[in-house]
Write a protein that binds this ligand. Structure first.
Ligand SMILES: C[S@@+](CC[C@H](N)C(=O)[O-])C[C@H]1O[C@@H](n2cnc3c(N)ncnc32)[C@H](O)[C@@H]1O
Length: 278
């Protein structure tokens, strides 16, 4: 097989291979080539006759994409909140709705200069703690995950944004590794019901990042118990679109100040903030 091609022929060849297995095959071809050559769209459009040598790895990527492996795992890059992060199979690919969790937290903290202690449970690739650390410049972050693979990926991203002094990573379950006083707990925990059949591309993602127990909301409830026991003032958490009633019921009769749910871009219930004290 030939190993050098010109850009426009590579794009054509990749689109042909991906169509109709993958929607928007022509666009996917562009994204694969841009990531492979580490160039932007402008370069790609103005270098259609440039020769690409050693295309073997690129065509290996195309095979993986044709098997429905997410583009982000193949290229090791993901765009989130207008920034680019490193990503690998050890961590969940950040979802656009998680941007809303970050905005929710930004709205709840009145004074951005405060010396708050944030804890994130389930840090994954690190996107939440990193974006909040960039916003709250005096806050300290402790980010926990049960998966060492996820922590390794978060570490790469934390270094990329030079936040090693502000975000500490800890291996463990829920709040077990935390003895400190916590001002604000944030989490996008696994919240899908165990065994639920999902689309095939999700089989590439770490299953302990997706499934939250027999019903799905078990981890959220454990976090709620910890928040109330430790009197953590604020807790913002992402949840499944059908978990609002169960969470409200679970908190009935318990001592807290306010519970407010927020919706995602499709107008589904997607998360909440619990305020425990004044
Ligand atoms: C839905 S992913 C969220 C990842 C990242 N924060 C994001 O929003 O893209 C959930 C994360 O929780 C971690 N996790 C699952 N069970 C956990 C537990 N009991 N304690 C701590 N982390 C846990 C998973 O390893 C995974 O990284």
């Amino acid at each position: 097989m030939r190993s050098s091609f010109i850009v426009k022929d590579v794009l054509k060849e990749i689109s042909k291979t991906l169509h109709p297995l993958i929607p928007r095959a022509a666009r996917e071809a562009q994204l694969l080539v841009m990531a492979f050559l580490d160039v932007d769209e402008l370069w790609l459009m103005s270098h259609k006759n440039e020769v690409i040598k050693d295309t073997k790895e690129l065509f290996d990527w195309v095979k993986r994409r044709a098997n429905n492996e997410p583009l982000e795992y193949i290229t090791n890059r993901v765009s989130f909140y207008s920034k680019e992060f490193y990503i690998d199979k050890g961590a969940l690919i950040p979802r656009p709705e998680t941007e809303l969790l970050i905005e929710e937290v930004m709205k709840k903290v009145k004074d951005k200069e405060d010396n708050l202690t944030f804890v994130e449970v389930g840090v994954g690739s690190g996107i939440i703690s990193i974006l909040l650390a960039l916003e709250f410049k005096n806050a300290k972050f402790i980010a926990v995950d049960i998966s060492q693979n996820a922590l390794d990926i978060a570490k790469i991203n934390i270094k990329k944004f030079s936040l090693e002094d502000r975000i500490e990573l800890r291996l463990g379950s829920l709040l077990e590794p935390i003895d400190e006083n916590v001002d604000y707990l944030v989490s996008n925990p696994p919240y899908i019901e165990d065994g639920l059949e999902l689309e095939s591309n999700l089989s590439y993602e770490p299953q302990n990042a997706l499934f939250g127990g027999k019903v799905g909301d078990e981890i959220i409830k454990e976090l709620l118990d910890e928040v109330l026991k430790r009197k953590i003032n604020l807790f913002t958490c992402e949840m499944g679109y059908d978990q609002k009633d169960k969470i409200s019921k679970y908190l009935k009769g318990k001592k807290y100040k306010a519970l407010k749910f927020y919706k995602d871009y499709s107008d589904f219930d997607r998360g909440f903030t619990l305020k425990v004290e004044n």
